[in-house]
Design a protein around this ligand. Sequence first.
Ligand code: ARG
Length: 573
Amino acid sequence: MSSSVYSRYRAAFAQGLATALGVPASEIEAQIKPAEPAHGDLSFATFPLAKAQKKAPPAIAAGLAQSLSVPGLEIKAVGPYVNARFAPLPFTAEVIDAARSAGLAYGGDADAGRGKTVAIDYSSPNIAKPIGFHHIRTTFLGHCIANIYRALGWKVEGINYLGDWGKQFGLVAVGFQEYGDPARIDDMAHLVEVYVRANKRAEAEPEFDEKAREFFRRMEAGDAEALKLWNQFRETSIKGFKQIYARMGIEFEHIEGESRYQGKMDAVIEQIAKKPGVKESQGALIVDLPYADNEPPILLKKNDGSTLYATRDLAAAQDRYERFHFDKSLYVVAQDQALHFRQVFRTLNEMGQPWADRVVHVAFGRIHGMSTRKGQVVQLSEVLDEAKERASAKVKENIEAGRIHTGDADQLSEQIGLGAIAFGDLKHKRASDYTFDWDEVLSFEGHTGPYLQYAHARTVSVLRKGGGAPASYDAALLTLPEEQALLREIMRLPEVVTDAAEQYEPSLVARLLLDVAAAFSRYFTAGNQDREKRILVEDNDALRAARLALTDATRVTLAAGLTLLGIPTPDNM
Ligand code: ARG
């Protein structure tokens, strides 16, 4: 069983208190909170005991502190609190060794999710349609959530559920037949152009719109010619998407789409008809449920007989359960679709699916102000291209100034560009909207990806200058307040990763990494002011080795955390 340093101390403290109080440790554990940093690491408030013990809380705290002895913890009463501080030893060595021995797996726990499966629907762009802000966020968030669950030992079934069915294909097809360039049927950008133009036309010309609907009806009826054209569009799009995913280091377990459920619609509708029931409404078929005022009904079939997004999601949810027997099934999709998922989940529930409580809409807010030089319609590939281009200007500048030494400026620019966009997104709480700003995300200072990549590269460079990370070192020498503070940030990664998984909140990991980098920076700068505090302190091999071991633990923490976020960690920058 792997357990984190922090959880072991918390459990030991709880056990000590529980024994002293004669209650189960599980009762105490939930009441142990982080202490005010000035007063220790863990804190237990005695207020709730006052009534039963008929004593004032400070007296209870004093009594407990006196009688308690827990190895590795320095315990004392502060007012009504019993506080515990991690004794420098063995704590220092435990944190450093936990990080270094785990390496890139630090923060994870292969046992936590053993035997459990999570399905994660993410990215899920619409083929032959422009990628929107929501696809950018779902791609970063979903990738990170998948990484986190994998690190926690879950079996992850990442699903890219392409929007590859629906009237929009009618639009692309009819547009393509009229003004598309047959020689460019394998060019994703061309298909998007055709779509954008066709979409405008459909709004202005009802006949054009009707043609598009007719084309989609042919697809649903299994018309071979219509399906052939659709399939070509689909292949082109998938080829284009795959390039982007390769750039981002994303691999899906499954790339499928709404079209998978073509031909299975009637079976689902029949099932829903049994329970909770279906009924006709204005020529359309809807789920028979009581609806709130103003709530649009759950549409299963339109009046022209074509099926809908909700119908396909209902089929897909069941299909996923049958294939994966998931313990959780996540949908990383924009908040804009909250009503859709509430309705789909409610239907599953009303159908009596025993797993209906395992599905979760992991919703996120909007990105404002994202546009590229090429224009307002944002394509993920263009965002990555522009990020790389802008990063490249900075990389060149830094190479010329002698601040960066790298053999491969092109690759470094790509890595920094990706890091900037990914971190710029993931540092925000997923539920909140944010305003995108090129200069802000690409800055080498502040709360950015490049800053963290730089902090990581700095640990690598210190280690290199110091002759590498030592195999053995004396943890007792790490007594500086900057060192003890840094250890406490490094220690937090496992807890933060667990919280991030429970809350589907990558920003928790992002923010911890900023704290680690800041603590390392304070340590590093302290050495600029005071030679005795330098990591590569002169004339003291033992001290230097201990400081290099801590630097190595910092490197591991930053590398492991950035990797969870899907951000590359170049050694040189
Ligand atoms: N293709 C949809 C869109 O772009 C997102 C699909 C999300 N997943 C799902 N199972 N509905 O809006």
